[in-house]
Each structure stands twice: as C-alpha cells, then as structure tokens.
Ligand binder design. Structure first.
Ligand SMILES: [Zn+2]
Ligand SMILES: [Zn+2]
Length: 366
C-alpha cells in the first residue's frame, strides 16, 4: 500500500510503499482510511519542521486527522464491526506518568508521549491503519461527510470544556448554561478557530471572530452562517477591540501570533477566561506592557491558560457536536472542507496554502 512520508528536518516528502498492516492482537481494529485532513502541523513537517521518525528509521508517515471505515477487528473487539465508521485518536501516552496511566496523554507530565504522524509513530496518510480499540472513536455513518473534522474539533472541544470547568469551580453564579448569551471572541479563523466558534455557538455563546481576511471570504461567510460576527483586524486593531465592540467573557486564541496573543488580554472582561491554542512558529522576542497586563489580570480575576491536544472524551464530544451542527445548520459544517485531493496530488494541499481555503483533505479511497 502507498503512504505519504517525510524525512524529519529535511524538505523532502514522497509517496512510499509500505506493507499493509495486519491485526496482531485481540484488541486491535484495522481501518480502511477514507480521508485525512491537512493542517499547519503537516505543512510544517513537509517543510522540514518539527517531527520525529519512529525509532531506528529516518522516515515518518505523516497525517493525524483521519477518518475511515473499519475493515477488520481482533477477536476481543465486541462492539465495533467491519463497516462501522470512525477515527483513531492521535497521542499515545508515555505509560510512566499519572495522566498517561489514566488514559489522558493530552496531559502527559514527562513530555515523552508519541503522536501518530507527528512524533515517533507513523501516521494515517495511507490506505490502512491498525491500532487498539481504546484509541478508536466511532462516528455515525450519516456524518461521513464531516468525520474528518473530528480531530481538529476535539482540540477546540478540550480548550472550551477546560474553560467551562475552570469557570464552574470559581464563579458563584455559574450554571451549566453559563455560556448562554456570553460574549465570546475567537481570534484566527482557520479550521480550529471556526470549529471553536461552532462549539461556542452550540453552547449558546454570542461569538465574534477576528481575522485579517477580506469580508465576504469563505471564512467570514462560514462564520456568519452560524450567526458569528466578523471583526476585521485590518480595521479594528486587536488592542482596541474592547473600545469597538466591548469586552469578552471568553477569548479563544487560535493564531499562534505572540504579539496578538498578549494584545487580546485587553479584550478580556472581569472574571473572564482566555485560552491560548496557537503555537508560535518562531522564537522572536516581543515587548509587552507587563505591569499593565499583570495589574489587569489580578484586579479583574482573569484566567489565562493554554490547551493542547485532546482526550478520547473530547473526540466523543466532537462527534456529538458534528451531529448537533448538522441538525442545526444542515450540512454547513461540511462546507469547512474546501478542497479534496487524491493522494497522488498530495503536494498541492501541503505546499500551497490558499488563504481562501479553509480545510483541505487527502482522499484514500480504495
Ligand atoms: Zn492537525
Ligand atoms: Zn505521560
């Protein structure tokens, strides 16, 4: 079978031939891959950025945003059968720290976790993949058009559910519908930002989305269809957002731009919560008004924290919300996928990132 591979830290990628994986233990599931999403992590890997090949080799099969159909199961797998749709989660624990032993490798304390397609384990950009049932998350057949969004959506789900958990333990007035009517700002309208806007809207939040794309572009159109309001960062400077549109109860950062990341603290209201999910690609130092920010964070009881990766539970929440979104906006979530490419043409979505596009996926139909 064919697979898309890179040599970590080199600017080379190619289609390689790999033996089809087989089920070797009773708890395993073999998936026939249907499609795999491409994101900034994959683009970075192809351009020689951070990635780690499996031990003993210098080639890594990329791809972590997978969706497929079960081809075969081990004897011990009871509730999943061939023909079922689903995804595998991405991160595998270090097996040494407490969170990993509790199946929460997204909170790994040693940093010695592996990630399929990114760090030490081959990924999903290939025809078939095998893994343990405990990493499998079922996706209903009627969501086959959006199942590939489960992984990026799980990242947004984790960040938002952490916001809500943190608020629930400290706000006297907290209730399960706390987000209803709350002002939410999403910075960066890439797939993660737009999916965060989707989750926040489903929970009742009033969402504004900040970016620097042209009004009327696919990203702003997608946002406005779910009721989100676009803030054009070219007109409204991030540090003045609070003056233009008021302060926010929740800020979700998905840009990875450090200066913007700090400027957005200005837009956070009293008792507000701010989650950072973008990862800067460079090491440039920036100047920030430290005293002013520290004073503000303390005097306004604010929480600022980071969130990465997701647990299996967040993947399940993502599947739930894809269904919910489908019922509410009838097929709109699928319009996040703006390009599908045959795997032979993998270079196009990996090398050319068109600002007009939202999510590109690579197809592995047999
Ligand atoms: Zn990704
Ligand atoms: Zn660990």
């Amino acid at each position: 079978m064919e697979a898309i591979a890179i040599s970590p830290r080199e600017k080379v990628s190619r289609i390689v031939e790999r033996p089809e994986p087989e089920i070797r233990s009773a708890d395993e599931i073999k998936i026939s891959v249907i499609e795999v999403g491409v994101c900034a992590t994959d683009r970075e890997e192809v351009l020689g950025g951070k990635a780690l090949a499996p031990k003993g080799v210098n080639e890594l099969v990329i791809g972590h945003e997978m969706f497929g159909v079960v081809a075969d199961t081990g004897d011990g797998v009871r509730h999943i059968k061939p023909g079922d749709y689903g995804v595998f989660t991405v991160r595998r624990g270090c097996s040494r720290c407490a969170p990993c032993r509790m199946e929460r490798p997204d909170m790994c304390r040693t940093g010695e976790y592996s990630e399929r397609g990114i760090r030490g384990m081959d990924g999903f950009q290939t025809g078939f993949v095998v893994d343990s049932e405990k990493y499998f998350v079922p996706v209903p057949g009627d969501l086959s058009g959006t199942g590939v969004l489960t992984e990026p959506l799980s990242v947004a789900e984790k960040a938002i559910s952490e916001c809500l958990r943190l608020q629930s333990i400290r706000l006297p007035e907290y209730s399960p519908d706390w987000l209803a009517g709350k002002r939410c700002l999403v910075a960066g309208l890439g797939p993660i930002g737009l999916l965060a806007a989707l989750v926040l809207t489903l929970r009742g939040g009033a969402v504004c989305g900040l970016d620097i794309v042209e009004p009327g572009s696919p990203k702003t159109e997608w946002l406005s269809t779910i009721g989100g309001k676009y803030i054009d960062g070219k007109i409204c400077r991030p540090e003045n957002i609070d003056e233009y549109v008021g302060e926010f109860d929740l800020v979700f950062e998905a840009t990875g731009i450090p200066s913007l990341g700090f400027e957005l603290i200005d837009a956070l209201g009293i008792n507000g919560i701010y989650v950072l999910t973008g990862i800067p690609g460079d090491e440039h130092a920036i100047h920030i008004p430290g005293s002013e920010l520290m004073r503000k964070i303390v005097l306004r009881n604010q929480i600022i924290f980071g969130s990465v990766n997701a647990s299996r539970e967040h993947f399940q929440m993502a599947v739930q919300d894809l269904g919910e979104a489908d019922r509410r906006w009838n097929g709109h979530a699928a319009r996040l996928i703006t390009g599908r490419y045959h795997f032979q043409n993998y270079l196009e979505p990996l090398m050319n990132q068109d600002a007009e596009k939202i999510k590109s996926v690579i197809e592995w139909t047999q």
